[in-house]
Design a protein around this ligand. Structure first.
Ligand SMILES: [Zn+2]
Length: 297
């Protein structure tokens, strides 16, 4: 290779690195996470992975939103990046570039983290089909907060729910219940119900039978008199896992507020959830209730 070609390649390489590590441009503006907040995230991040890392893993953190743009998006992206860096669980590529959903760029990843992408961030039907196929064929999908509010029915079906409202606005405190104490994705998160301050979603296009709920609102210890709560039809999940084809899905409703991303228990939950989606962390098979015998009336 000629020296000039080499120089161009090297410069190209540098440019790629710069683009990947640039602040996430959201809705046409770029937001910087201040160094003190990066430090808060770093110190709240576990130092060990939640499970043994079977092989080097690569995660796409996609942060484009269309519609309501959460201020916390760059904080979420930084948290997912730092979780991977500090624990060695995976390497994260942060992007809001739709080209990432073309077949070839997407193929390099083991999982996609959808970071607070309200609205309609992926429109091209080929790119939509690529993401669906990516998960169906055995890779991972992680959804954070508004990632459950995409105008895309097949995606909602894959994720397992659609956020319809937030009866508890930002700054509200709810009590969170462990649906399966001892579940590997709850290790280090809590051993019993705990308070969580955030904007809290309710869902439709959701069925308890189609997902494995890990955390939900403790309705006994939370103010359930908020307007709109009835729309949830008695379902108050806050995080879940599910299988989709050969792939794995993890969703967490936490993450409207920036400070959520430096809470140690939430970061532990995200780390385990991402490693679950990557295939490094297994859960025991869900207990299936024995069907009741048919009884004569
Ligand atoms: Zn929100």
């Amino acid at each position: 290779m000629k020296a000039s070609n080499w120089a161009r390649t090297a410069i190209g390489g540098v440019l790629v690195v710069v683009i990947v590590h640039a602040t996430v441009a959201v809705g046409g503006r770029a937001a910087e996470v201040p160094p003190q907040d990066l430090e808060r995230i770093r110190s709240a991040t576990p130092s060990e992975p939640a499970a043994r890392v079977a092989k080097p893993r690569k995660v796409l953190v996609f942060s484009r939103a269309d519609g309501f743009v959460h201020d916390s998006i760059p904080w979420g992206a930084a948290a997912v990046r730092i979780l991977g860096e500090k624990t060695g669980a995976y390497a994260a590529v942060l992007s809001d570039d739709l080209v990432m959903f073309d077949r070839e760029p997407l193929a390099q990843f083991d999982a996609v983290v959808m970071n607070n992408n309200c609205g309609n961030p992926i429109v091209d039907p080929r790119r939509r089909a690529n993401l669906i196929e990516f998960v169906r064929s055995g890779r991972g999908l992680v959804g954070i907060h508004c990632a459950a509010h995409l105008d895309w029915p097949e995606y909602t079906d894959m994720l397992g729910g659609y956020s319809i409202d937030h009866p508890w606005n930002a700054g509200s405190t709810v009590t969170v219940k462990l649906e399966e104490p001892g579940h590997p994705l709850l290790r280090g998160v809590a051993t019993s119900s705990f308070p969580h301050t955030d904007e809290i979603f309710i869902f439709d296009h959701f069925s308890r039978d189609r997902v494995r709920i890990l955390l939900s609102i403790d309705t006994e210890k939370t103010d359930m008199s908020k307007p709109g709560v009835k729309r949830a039809r008695g379902n108050f999940p806050l995080s879940w896992t599910r299988a989709y084809g050969k792939g794995r899905v993890f969703y967490s409703a936490f993450g409207h507020q920036k400070d959520v991303y430096w809470r140690p228990n939430i970061l532990q939950h995200y780390l385990a959830g991402i490693q679950f989606a990557l295939g490094d962390l297994d859960e025991t098979p869900k207990k299936i209730e024995t069907p009741r015998k048919w009884e004569k009336p």
